[in-house]
Design a protein around this ligand. Structure first.
Ligand SMILES: NC(=O)c1ccc[n+]([C@@H]2O[C@H](COP(=O)([O-])OP(=O)(O)OC[C@H]3O[C@@H](n4cnc5c(N)ncnc54)[C@H](O)[C@@H]3O)[C@@H](O)[C@H]2O)c1
Length: 351
């Protein structure tokens, strides 16, 4: 069985196809969404070993001319140097404006390849094939692409929607438990922001229900993206746990993964909100419990000054204000804009 969720309300609606074995649809579906004759597959070294040949063979059998760029896995490679290398490779392989880039991998590959597609020849078609749980439920959908700069996470990027997302749940079978649970952190995030029943499902073993969990998360993301593609309002709710999370990732020199950093960020943001008097209930307790059950961390030992230094450079800052996401209760978050100079007090409450 498979499910299809269409992301609407963006310049061109696109389908996300979710299910076991759906990669077999790749050839026919590509032809529906792009006129490309040549396809540049971008992936990382781990994913290449597992799935690279299979994808290029599928494409070649489908009559496409195919080339592949492989970069080393890891957040430290999500940078402009990798982008430049991919673009140079695209030009050496004579990728033209009617051709297409496929991102085959986790969130890092998706963010980097999507950004390349957005600027290659001023924009070429782009397809996401997510291979991590996190990429399946979050980063492959919604069109946020980009790379890190020395100053912090995702500071250079573009909104650039894919033409198609193909999420074959079989790819998730090769993930380590740790990398799988990075995605669980983002799934819990959706539960806290929008959907208490999703949150409840994630309390138990959901391995038999993975297709439905992915579909539900994508549905929730598609709804919010269609209302606010460019992240000026409601979409900011998806940043729950991310302002602190990004600072933790950066302070750890990216040794703490995105999913784990967001897990800690959600607990800290909830506790900080309660202690600052922004919410009536301390939701951090329930959130920490579900994260713990999923082997995710709930605290960090970084000091406030270090975190603050990164947070004030967060791209969500607008002048002297920054918008935080605050859980009123499980299933409902709100945006709260505070002065940047209150962040220190907030962080003290959050620890
Ligand atoms: N664009 C967005 O909307 C958005 C949303 C959330 C997160 N992100 C970004 O996503 C990134 C994190 O993504 P991630 O957690 O997928 O990390 P990742 O891309 O680094 O993947 C994690 C690891 O898993 C390996 N891997 C990937 N697929 C595999 C598979 N099927 N089997 C075995 N190993 C596999 C990768 O090689 C890598 O070592 C961060 O950079 C974050 O900022 C972006």
């Amino acid at each position: 069985m498979s499910q299809v969720i269409t992301v609407k309300g963006v310049s061109k609606p696109y389908d996300c196809i979710i299910g076991s074995g759906v990669i077999s649809l790749l050839r026919e579906k590509i032809k529906d969404v792009t006129k490309a004759k040549k396809i540049l597959v971008v992936t990382d070294d781990n994913v290449d070993l597992l799935y690279g040949n299979r994808i290029t063979e599928l494409l070649t059998e489908g009559g496409f001319v195919c080339c592949k760029y492989v970069f080393s896995n890891g957040e430290e490679n999500k940078n402009m140097e990798t982008v430049t290398n991919i673009l140079e490779f695209a030009m050496e392989n004579q990728i033209s404006r009617s051709d297409c880039i496929i991102a085959l991998g986790g969130g890092i590959v998706g963010d980097v390849a999507g950004f390349c597609a957005s600027i290659c020849l001023r924009g070429i078609d782009f397809i996401q094939i997510p291979t991590t749980f996190l990429a399946a439920i979050d980063s492959s959908v919604g069109g946020k692409t980009g790379v890190n700069l020395r100053g912090g996470k995702n500071l250079a990027g573009a909104f650039y929607q894919p033409k198609l997302v193909i999420c074959d749940t079989d790819f998730l079978n090769t993930l380590s438990p740790e990398i799988f649970s990075d995605g669980t952190a983002e799934a819990i995030k959706y539960g806290v922001i929008f959907d208490k029943s999703l949150f409840e499902k994630l309390r138990k073993d959901f391995s038999d229900d993975i297709e439905n969990i992915i579909s539900r998360c994508i549905y929730l993301k598609a709804q919010v993206v269609s209302q606010d593609e460019f992240d000026t309002g409601r979409r900011q709710l998806l940043n729950f746990g991310h302002t602190i999370g990004h600072a933790i990732e950066k302070c750890s020199n990216f040794t703490i993964s995105h999913g784990r950093a967001v897990a800690i960020g959600m607990v800290m943001a909830s506790r900080g909100a309660y202690k600052m008097g922004y919410t009536d209930k301390d939701n951090s307790i329930e959130i920490a419990k579900i994260l713990n059950n999923n082997n995710l961390p709930v605290s960090s030992s970084f000091d406030i000054e270090n975190l603050l230094d990164v947070m004030v450079r967060d791209k969500k800052r607008q002048g002297e204000e920054i918008t935080l996401v605050i859980p009123e209760k499980i299933g409902k978050c709100v945006l709260k804009t505070i002065p940047v100079n209150s962040l220190k007090e907030f962080l003290k409450c959050a620890l």
